[in-house]
Design a protein around this ligand. Structure first.
Ligand code: C2E
Ligand code: CA
Ligand code: CA
Length: 767
């Protein structure tokens, strides 16, 4: 009998081992797996140590093994408790009970480990006659052993309580899940309890640990309650956002969820779901199709809805058709989101026009598709856009850009592609046969006076590239149009310039200028020319220093061919510093020659203000050469001041205080705020030659000239007029009160030596 029981226990252990291995190999990813495995391992410990305790021939060792068996028993119930908590959805192990249970189990373990030496809990006896030659625990348990029993029972009761509570609060579908576990634990508890009060020599309940372990393993990890699965599936399908219609092999609808019914109800052209399926079967599904997916759109009310419909046949394990289903996916939201994203990725936020990248793509495709059509790429650039932002503020700047975008839209119409490339640059690609320069100018002149009630004029420059090489990148075509814009010098009117191959050469020339600049400055290839300035009484005391580049192979190069590129690259400050020093050396020389009254005007580029400490450099130079600052006139352009009025006006004030004569150069060429003049304490106003050149309205120009001279006089400023080419100009300028003249009528810029010998200390004949 005893050997039969022992074999049974060992069989139980083998089963548990198989379950543990199964857990490790097959159920690794199941979150319950660790809990079940722990429980199974402890149950194995219980049976193994119980068997060993019985079979060991030594009484003391048997007592020790019985103690360990009891400790494993406690651990098994603890594992059962933490498994149960996890099983019913509490993921924190023993939770708040952890500490008290660990302490109680610790005390229990101490008692049990002392027992083999003191026999305070239980004793063992050898039962040789009835059950064979094995040890067995005697049943005269002490009160201390009752502590172990109570602890185990208490935890078992908590487990049952938790399961009962869960069974009560869960939907009926879950009954089988929790009750199977509950009843198997109940059986174990009842049988163990009976064992305590009945006089069985052999503790049969030990075998129940294996059974219990197996049942828990099976119910929690292997068994899937069918009813629960069906219900879960049913409610999952019912609550899906997508519509589902399941159809049997005879074409009858077996199930349609709410979304599918609503889909049908929203369309007035079909009455029933059956009718809808018939249409799909007729129009979309061909015989033998096991999967077919298609798109459809419908108008519901004012809104357009977009759907993906999926048809799919269902097969059993023998590949026999069980029917099919339709999945109706409303993708309107995704579609709108996609469209919005696409719009965002391809359009400019401020103006709503295409962005640069999209423009390039669309134009490239257009050029490929329409091989017989010739195209022009037009790029526009607002000349003085920075001033708009600085003077009128960014919101006004944005308004101007929106206005230009509207103009571009209007000019482009439906047969062109247009975009905002960057900042103030817009581009249009249009068929050449539709292009007209007059229409272009007329359209863009609408942006001229965008700020009402001010004299401010927007200057829009336009570059046109006639597309000849269709394989060229569109970005390069736009660069060509931009290159054309760079050739526009006069910013008074909106102007159009066309790309020519020579421009490309000049662009290549720009690179040459940059690479040759350093050696040119070191080898003295930049030399000063001086253009005399003549006072109204005919006296010449000085002139403006204008740079000339004497290139070893290309000969003399005029500043308009390199100043701009030097300004763009920042090299201008190197050149200016050099020219200023040459001017100082010249003044020093004149000093020594006794020409102490002669002065020289030097140009200060707008970029110098950012690249140099203008004040320190210039004062440093006059200190170095010991020159009177009043003999170095400083020409600062109006736009350089407007670039950062606060700081630059302060700088001008400091320079004047130090004794320099400050001249406002090119007055009238940019944004001329007469208002600015009152804040500007400069010595001389140098009126731009634009006023004297041919304009559409010469009378108006002359009137403005007269007004400016009068205004400058009233502000105690001297007036220099540049670009005087004719005697009649000298005459009316002198009538208006101009003080000093500079222009080809008197003399062109010349080498310093010529200037010295020809003009210094000489009087010019005014008539
Ligand atoms: P700017 O300062 O306005 O200099 C006057 C320009 O007008 C000079 O051109 C001069 O030759 C030209 N000019 C003088 N009188 C007449 C006239 O009656 N009719 C016409 N059509 N033109 C006349 P230039 O020497 O070619 O200089 C061009 C520009 O280059 C200068 O304009 C100035 O902005 C810049 N520049 C010249 N030298 C320097 C320099 O050393 N440093 C800097 N930063 N800029 C310089
Ligand atoms: Ca100048
Ligand atoms: Ca000037």
């Amino acid at each position: 009998m005893i050997w039969f029981m022992i074999s049974l226990l060992l069989t139980g252990t083998v089963i548990l081992t198989v379950c543990v291995v199964y857990c490790i190999v097959k159920l690794k990813n199941n979150p319950l797996e660790t809990y079940v495995r722990r429980l199974l391992s402890c149950a194995m410990g219980v049976t193994l140590f119980n068997v060993s305790a019985m079979l060991i021939p030594n009484e003391k060792l048997s007592l020790i093994l019985f103690a360990i068996y009891n400790i494993f028993e406690t651990m098994t119930v603890m594992s059962l408790l933490s498994f149960t908590r996890h099983y019913i959805g509490k993921s924190d192990g023993l939770g708040f009970m952890r500490m008290p249970i660990f302490i109680a189990a610790g005390i229990d373990a101490v008692i049990l480990l002392i027992n083999p030496f003191k026999c305070i809990a239980f004793k063992v006896e050898r039962l040789a006659d009835e059950f064979g030659n094995v040890f067995h625990r005697t049943y005269d348990y002490s009160m201390i052993y009752t502590y172990h029993t109570i602890l185990v029972m208490f935890m078992a009761l908590v487990v049952m309580g938790l399961l009962v509570h869960k069974m009560l609060i869960s939907p009926r579908a879950y009954g089988i899940k929790y009750s199977s576990l509950f009843f198997s634990i109940c059986c174990l508890a009842v049988l163990s309890f009976l064992h305590l009060y009945m006089d069985f020599k052999f503790d049969y309940s030990i075998g129940l640990y294996s059974l219990e372990g197996f049942l828990i393993f099976y119910f929690s990890l292997i068994y899937i309650p069918r009813g629960l699965m069906d219900r879960l599936m049913f409610f999952t399908v019912a609550s899906m956002k997508d519509g589902i219609v399941c159809v049997d092999i005879d074409g009858n609808i077996v199930h349609a969820n709410t979304a599918a019914v609503e889909f049908c109800a929203a369309d007035s052209s079909v009455n029933t779901l059956d009718e809808q399926l018939k249409i799909w079967r007729r129009d979309e599904i061909k015989d033998g199709n096991s999967i077919h997916i298609w798109e459809m759109t419908r108008k519901i009310g004012e809104e357009r809805h977009y759907y993906t419909i999926e048809y799919r046949r269902i097969y059993d394990s023998l590949m026999k058709s069980l029917g099919y289903f339709f999945l109706i996916h409303d993708k309107t939201e995704e579609f709108i989101k996609y469209e919005t994203e696409k719009y965002r990725a391809t359009h400019d936020k401020l103006t709503g026009l295409y962005n640069k990248e999209y423009f390039y793509d669309v134009v490239e495709a257009m050029l490929k598709e329409n091989k017989d059509e010739d195209y022009n790429i037009i790029v526009t650039d607002v000349k003085n856009f920075k001033i708009v932002n600085d003077v009128f503020g960014v919101p006004e700047g944005d308004e101007l850009l929106k206005k230009i975008a509207d103009i571009t839209r209007k000019f482009g119409g439906s047969y062109c592609v247009y975009a905002r490339l960057t900042g103030d640059r817009f581009a249009i690609c249009m068929p050449r046969r539709r292009y007209s320069e007059e229409a272009l100018l007329a359209c863009y002149s609408m942006a001229d006076s965008f700020v009402e009630n001010t004299s401010f004029k927007t200057h829009i420059h336009i570059g046109v590239y006639r597309v000849t090489d269709r394989d060229m990148k569109v970005s390069v075509m736009c660069d060509h149009a931009m290159l054309a814009i760079r050739t526009i010098k006069d910013s008074f009117r909106n102007r159009v310039a066309y790309y020519k191959t020579e421009l490309r050469e000049s662009f290549i020339g720009d690179h040459r200028i940059i690479s040759e600049f350093e050696s040119a400055i070191n080898n003295g290839h930049f030399r000063p020319y001086v253009q005399p300035q003549i006072a109204s009484n005919g006296c010449i005391r000085g002139g403006e220093v204008l740079v000339r580049w004497f290139h070893p192979t290309d000969g003399m190069i005029r500043p308009d061919q390199f100043i701009k590129i030097l300004e763009q690259t920042g090299l201008i400050s190197r050149l200016d510093r050099h020219m200023w020093e040459l001017a100082c050396i010249q003044l020093k020389k004149w000093d020594e020659m006794g020409l102490k009254k002669s002065y020289l005007s030097i140009n200060i580029s707008q970029k110098d203000f950012y690249l140099l400490d203008v004040y320190n450099v210039i004062t440093g130079l006059i200190y170095k050469y010991n020159i009177d600052p009043a003999r170095l006139h400083l020409e600062v352009t109006e736009s350089a001041i407007m670039d950062d009025p606060t700081n630059h006006l302060q700088l001008i004030a400091r320079l004047r205080k130090r004794g320099f004569i400050v001249e406002i150069d090119d007055f009238g060429s940019g944004y001329s705020s007469l208002n600015m003049l009152k804040d500007l304490d400069a010595d001389v106003l140098k009126i731009d030659m634009g006023f004297l050149q041919k304009t559409t309205n010469p009378e108006k120009s002359t009137t403005i000239l007269k007004m400016i001279i009068a205004l400058a006089k009233s502000l105690n400023m001297q007036v220099i007029t540049e670009g005087v080419e004719k005697l009649e100009q000298v005459e009316f300028l002198s009538r208006f009160g101009c003080d000093i003249y500079q222009g080809f009528y008197f003399a062109k810029p010349m080498p310093v030596e010529d200037f010295e010998t020809l003009y210094l200390n000489k009087r010019f004949r005014m008539k």
